[in-house]
Design a protein around this ligand. Structure first.
Ligand SMILES: [Zn+2]
Length: 316
């Protein structure tokens, strides 16, 4: 290899490195999104952040969630690819910025609706919240509800229900009664089928959830909240993250959550320390602790960063 080509390779590596440093120090670029039909006139946008439901009616479109601020333009493009109807409403499942981070840009073009606790959490901005996009403007929903709110548009209904605490203090379960579909937000995370080689059959039943104690979440209330959701008549579930799932998937998730919680609470009763609990969560349930700083909010470490509150709740 000539000396000149070596110099050019070095220059190329330097350029790539400088670009990487600059891009990791500024806001993340938006990732590519895709839209797919769920059932009837209901679609799901996914690819980054939380799943967005798109319900098309003769009078306009209702969205459930709006991802990160940076996904706004692409969400509108995805909606346009299935309908010419205008966007009218956005219902937030909760306030985390991968679900409601687009509210600021939605407010001038749509009515944004959230549970009153989700709005209060947005006003407080307790950490961890804006873990991914610090400094992004926050949009406050203009309409809130306590137990239930419905949007009636084009002869169809979208019903937001509050069943109690879980992932946060303001999780809405959004129901599409005509289609028997619910959007659960992060109260339910769909598990992708593990590749056979990577499967860990010896792992005890459990769920890789995030209880956001700083925003009013509760490990103990979570199953009761899911029981409320399960009183609705549905067969299809849009999870907060992951592929479209079934009612059976949600029931299994609830059972695994309870099994895991009983085991952890039992360990605490036997006098195990917080470190023992954290170690078990990491070894048996796939939570991450090793290498995580206690603060500031770090992507991938949020569960660990609230483990004091988790331990306190298990102790009660
Ligand atoms: Zn969330």
């Amino acid at each position: 290899m000539s000396r000149t080509s070596l110099v050019w390779i070095f220059v190329a590596i330097l350029v790539v490195h400088v670009t990487w440093v600059v891009s990791t120090q500024t806001a993340k670029p938006a990732g590519p999104l895709r839209i797919a039909k769920v059932k009837g006139d209901l679609y799901m946008i996914s690819g980054e952040g939380g799943n967005v439901a798109v319900y098309v009616t003769a009078e306009g479109v209702v969205l459930v969630d709006d991802m990160f601020d940076r996904n706004h333009a692409d969400i509108l493009t995805q909606v346009k690819s299935v309908t010419d109807k205008p966007l009218k409403y956005v219902v937030n499942t909760h306030q985390h910025d991968d679900h409601a981070g687009g509210d600021f840009k939605m407010l001038p073009i749509a009515e944004v609706i959230a549970h009153k606790n989700a709005r209060a959490n947005l006003v407080d901005i307790k950490q961890p919240y804006y873990e991914d996009t610090p400094g992004t403007p926050i949009g406050l929903p203009r309409v809130t509800f306590s137990d239930e709110a419905s949007v009636f548009l084009g002869g169809k209904e979208v019903r937001a229900k509050y069943f109690g605490r879980g992932h946060t203090s303001g999780d809405a379960v959004v129901y599409f009664p005509d289609l028997k579909v619910v959007h659960t937000g992060d109260l339910f995370l769909a598990r992708r089928p593990a590749p056979a080689a990577a499967a860990a059959p010896s792992r005890p039943a459990g769920v890789n959830i995030y209880v956001d104690y700083a925003q009013g979440g509760s490990f103990f209330e979570w199953t009761k909240t899911l029981d409320g959701a399960l009183t609705l008549d549905f067969d299809t579930v849009i999870p907060g993250h992951g592929p479209v799932s079934t009612r059976q998937d949600l029931t299994a998730f609830r059972a695994d959550l309870e099994t895991m919680r009983s085991r952890l609470a039992g360990m605490v009763k036997q006098g195990k320390s917080k470190n023992d609990i954290v170690h078990t969560l990491e070894a048996d349930y796939g939570w991450r602790a090793t290498g995580c700083p206690p603060s500031p909010p770090t992507p991938g470490c949020l569960q660990y960063q609230q483990s004091d509150a988790l331990f306190a709740e298990l102790k009660r």
